[in-house]
Each structure stands twice: as structure tokens, then as C-alpha cells.
Write a protein that binds this ligand. Structure first.
Ligand code: FE2
Length: 312
């Protein structure tokens, strides 16, 4: 019996469409997991935040390496960043994702460890990653998920090894550094995402006599950014968002995984959005081993060249 023409054409279309769609899907997954995930980008920004007349200060911002021992390309790329000759390295956390990763992370930093550096920790430095349905990220920040009680990654070794190399631990602490001839007052908080931030321990006016005041955190939560800005910190740095990690071309991040809005999920902005302080959010170097893909959101580190602000 002859079939209706429309049925026949529909079947042909479906027979073509299914393999083409499946092929495109497989290509996108391959691209996101193999190519873009290892296609590291160096972002460069000038930040006019220094006293008039100061010489430029190069700050290297790294974040969210989520290092596992097999990620040799990531390690080699981080090590190569020493060639940028930064005066100061700022690491905003989620450095490791595996019990054996601390020596690998130190090895990746290599000569950068001999430079002045500061750091805070992120939740992934403390808790080994678990498999999640990625769709959960679309329903709200992962801070609403259950927080495990006992950390199972060697965050103390990470902290101690970085501190032993001379880097400043800014987890709920203040610090002070002189780099490039500039007196810098710093404060940081531990990860708000797992409720370890204790802003009250660093609260109070940042020293107005310092040349620069820097606030450091893992997750750019507006309530923390507000407090740093109100206390007079000129320059705020955070990571955590992965820039959205899986983005839509010409649209950007679908989610930020924290309280900040999509428009400031990555890059250099002001805080408040129309305010005085500068905010840099790093899209990060890595991914959770359980979601090893990036799309329209290359892994990155940032060279932030601090320059004199315009005199008022
Ligand atoms: Fe992260």
C-alpha cells in the first residue's frame, strides 16, 4: 500500500536529522572536553587604581585550577606564566581536586612561588569532587547543596606549603606586603560557598595610608563585595564562577553559581556596578573532574597591570 507522501518525506527528514544532530552533539562535546578545556587564554587588563605617579604593578591572577595529577598541559601553562614577570601573584582558590594534587600544584607554580603571593581557599580545596547532575547548576548556586562535615582533601598541606614558600594566607585574615615599591594592605575571606567566610575578623577601615588596598575572596558574593568596598578596599579579586563554564556564544554565561549577576560573571568591572572599587573575577583555569568541559569560555589566567588612577 502506498504511503502518504508527507509521511515518507518526514521519515527521510528524521533519518537525516538524527545522525546529523548526534554528530554535531558529539563534535561539541569533543571540542569542549578536549580542545577548549586545554586552550588557555591570558587576559590582560589595565586597572587605574594606584596613587598618581606610581610605576605600573603587574599582578597575576590565577584561580580554580581544580588540579588533578594528569593535567600536564595545565601545569605547563601555569609554569610558563612566570615569563610575564609579575610583581605579585593572587590565587583565589579551588586549586586542587584530588588527594595527590598538592605537590603537582606547587610544581605547576614552580618559579612563581619565589615571587610575592597571596591566596585564599575554595570549597574544592577541602572537599573531593562528587559526581553531580550538571543540570543542578541551572537550578541555583551549589552552596544550597549539602555541605559535607569533614574535609577530605589536604587543604592544610596546601595552605602550609604555600605559606612556607612565603605566600600570605588571607583566609579570614589581613596582611601587608611591599611589592614594586608599593605598600599594599590586604584582607581576604575563606569561601562563602561553604559558609567559612568570617568577614568580622577582617572588618574595619582598610589603612588609608597604604598605597593600595586589595580584598581577596573565592566566591564573589555581593554581600562580601559590599563590605570590602565599604571598608575602603580599592581592588577586589575573586574566582569561583568559571565564567559560567558552559556559555552560549553571543549570550554568555547561563549561570554564575553564586550571588553575582551574569554581566559580571568574569572580567573587570566596578563594585558596586556604578561604584568606585574595581572588581576582577577570573573565569579560572580548570573544571571539576566530573564536568570536564568548557564551551565559549576558555580557561584563563589574567595579567592585571595596575596603573595610576586619574588624579581627582
Ligand atoms: Fe572552582
Amino acid at each position: 500500500m502506498a504511503r502518504p507522501a508527507s509521511w515518507h518525506h518526514g521519515t527521510v527528514r528524521l533519518r537525516t536529522l538524527v545522525p546529523v544532530t548526534a554528530g554535531l552533539g558529539a563534535a561539541a562535546v569533543g571540542y569542549a572536553t578536549v580542545i577548549e578545556r586545554n586552550w588557555f587564554a591570558l587576559r590582560r587588563y589595565d586597572v587605574p587604581v594606584l596613587p598618581p605617579g606610581s610605576a605600573p604593578l603587574r599582578v597575576l591572577h590565577i584561580s580554580d585550577a581544580h588540579l588533578t595529577p594528569g593535567r600536564r598541559r595545565l601545569m605547563a601553562w601555569v609554569r610558563s606564566l612566570d615569563e610575564l614577570d609579575p610583581h605579585l601573584v593572587i590565587n583565589t582558590g579551588d586549586s586542587i581536586s584530588h588527594p595527590q594534587s598538592v605537590p603537582c600544584f606547587l610544581d605547576a607554580l614552580g618559579p612563581l612561588l619565589d615571587r610575592p603571593g597571596v591566596f585564599v581557599l575554595g570549597s574544592n580545596d577541602m572537599y573531593a569532587p562528587e559526581p553531580h547532575n550538571p543540570a543542578r547548576y541551572l537550578t541555583g548556586p551549589s552552596s544550597r547543596w549539602r555541605i559535607r562535615k569533614e574535609p577530605d582533601l589536604p587543604w592544610e598541606k596546601l595552605r602550609d606549603d604555600l605559606t612556607a614558600a612565603g605566600w600570605l594566607d588571607l583566609n579570614n585574615q589581613r596582611g601587608r606586603l611591599t611589592v614594586g615599591g608599593l605598600d599594599i594592605a590586604l584582607a581576604g575571606v575563606h569561601d562563602a560557598h561553604v559558609k567559612r567566610d568570617r568577614y568580622e575578623r577582617v572588618a574595619g577601615q582598610a589603612d588609608p595610608s597604604a598605597d593600595l588596598r586589595i580584598g581577596v575572596m573565592h566566591s564573589p558574593e555581593p554581600r562580601l563585595l559590599d563590605r570590602f568596598a565599604a571598608d575602603g578596599y580599592d581592588f577586589l579579586l575573586a574566582g569561583h564562577t568559571h565564567g559560567g563554564q558552559l556559555c552560549l556564544p553571543f549570550y554568555g554565561a547561563l549561570v554564575t553559581n553564586c550571588g553575582i549577576e551574569r554581566e559580571r560573571v568574569r572580567g573587570l568591572h566596578r563594585h558596586p556596578a556604578d561604584g568606585q572599587a574595581w572588581l576582577h573575577v577570573s573565569a579560572g583555569l580548570g573544571t571539576s573532574p566530573w564536568a570536564p568541559a568548557r564551551f565559549a569560555c576558555r580557561p584563563e589566567a589574567s595579567l592585571l597591570t595596575l596603573t595610576p588612577r586619574e588624579s581627582r
